[in-house]
Design a protein around this ligand. Structure first.
Ligand code: T4K
Length: 406
């Protein structure tokens, strides 16, 4: 938990740090502070790695991590990697995707870059306004003779409409890959995310629900595909001095796997903290006009990692970017993920200058979404202050807007 002095009780707008008041927090609160499990277990494993002098290249901890992930998710194969971006790149190549691949623009730019990096064109598709995930009805409209696949993203850990996407992929003979970077530990219709489509990719980056410092994995039930991916992430070596196809270096190292394993042992604790934080946000932000909290489907397993607000500036008067500025000055580094949308980032903006016309929901969400801190680094006291700050701002919205000069 963050240890810091807190300056509470803003009673007039001049008390806001943006107008010269003292910031609510003396130390910065981040979205994406890592969840850290049992340190003693991690340190024991690190000592063993150093003693055994086996640091990478298919070591025992990577193998154990892969086994544990596969069991937990209920898939036959897990190939651990150095990060999810490289895991996506390798999965895309191993699946034989070429030409054009349909992806949401409302995602972290790594999803699109993993395609463009190998000269495959990402074709941006709009998302469903409720779930923020790719809209299957729009997918069909984006298919051309060059389309070879779909990469759908389980954004914020909420599952895409997997049934509809699987049906389209099967009927149109397209590969279906899920970017499940946010969705480790979550389920869809009672089945764990990880076993759908041709393959799924998890991220174990420091900011993710479960981290291995940096890390990622491809999971699949397709043994042939898994074997190909396993070789590709190790330069394509089939024996000591023999390759059958091009490969790269996507290996996870032993220290990362040790961190991943130690965090897996604390996974239930992380979920409990995330859930309780999320519930507190839900209660304390309830009824704030113009502010809605993205719900989790609680009939499924959720990791509750992301606290995602949508700000309707028509009601709040102070818009999302102004709110972000106010929070930053109070030392709460809220994030406007995934602004401005991949289609507005280079090189895509130059390639497709009019892509936004096809992406009205994406354009809307990139102006509205604000992510708040969650995870084991924040606790009830901080959350109460964050919620008070938002409430205070909106209670004084007209005056604040005036002062901000809009
Ligand atoms: N697909 C999707 C849908 C993704 O969201 C991502 C990654 C990927 C694919 C690719 O996965 P990887 O290749 O990374 O495995 C962060 C993460 O770097 C990125 O992994 C993540 N998505 C994305 C959503 O968030 P930034 O640019 O926001 O990172 P940064 O450095 O601003 O960190 C966020 C906050 O976390 C900071 O305010 C500080 C805090 N932080 C960060 C680190 C690394 C810490 O407190 N400790 C730390 O060690 O991208």
């Amino acid at each position: 938990m963050v240890k810091q002095s807190l300056h509470q009780g803003k009673t007039k707008t001049e008390d806001l740090a943006i107008f010269g008041g003292r910031p609510t927090f003396t130390e910065v609160l981040h979205v994406g502070r890592p969840n850290i499990g049992n340190r003693a277990r991690f340190e024991e494993r690190v000592a063993d790695i150093l003693d055994r002098r086996w640091l990478t290249n298919g070591g025992k901890y990577v193998r154990e991590f892969e086994k544990r992930i596969a069991e937990l998710v209920g898939v036959e194969h897990c190939v651990a990697m150095c990060n999810a971006t490289v895991a996506l790149e390798i999965a895309i190549r191993a699946l034989g995707m070429t030409g054009e691949v349909i992806v949401p623009s409302f995602t972290f730019v790594a999803t699109a870059h993993a395609l463009q990096w190998q000269e495959i064109t990402p074709v941006f598709c709009d998302v469903d306004p409720k779930s923020h995930t790719i809209d299957p009805r729009r997918v069909e409209q984006m298919i051309t003779p060059r389309t070879t696949g779909i990469i759908a993203v389980h954004l914020w850990g909420g599952a895409c409409d997997i049934d509809a996407l699987s049906e389209i992929a099967a009927r149109r003979r397209l590969k279906l890959l899920f970017d499940s970077a946010h969705a480790f530990g979550t389920s869809y219709q009672g089945r764990m995310i990880g076993g759908f489509g041709d393959a799924e990719v998890f991220s174990f980056h420091a900011t993710k629900f479960l981290n291995s410092l940096e890390g990622g994995a491809v999971v699949t039930n397709n043994g042939e595909l898994a074997q190909k991916i396993r070789l590709m992430k190790n330069f394509g070596f089939t024996f000591y001095d023999h390759t059958d196809y091009v490969g790269t270096n996507g290996k996870m190292n032993e220290i990362s796997a040790a961190m991943g394993l130690s965090n897996l042992e604390s996974m239930d604790d992380f979920i409990a903290v995330n859930r309780s934080n999320y519930e507190q946000y839900r209660q304390e932000l309830a009824g704030l006009p113009g502010v809605s909290l993205l719900p989790y489907n609680e009939e499924e397993r959720c990791n509750y990692q992301y606290v995602v607000l949508e700000i309707d500036a028509g009601e709040t008067l102070v818009d999302r970017d102004q709110l972000m500025e106010i929070f930053h000055k109070e030392n709460v580094l809220v994030r406007r993920y995934f602004y401005p949308g991949c289609h507005r980032m280079e090189p895509y903006r130059s390639f497709f200058p009019h892509a936004g016309l096809m992406l009205p929901e994406t354009e809307r969400l990139t102006r509205r979404v604000l992510c708040l801190p969650n995870g084991t680094a924040v606790g009830p006291e901080e959350i109460a202050l964050i919620c008070q700050l938002l409430r205070f701002t909106l209670e004084n919205k007209a005056e604040i807007r005036e002062k901000l000069g809009n």
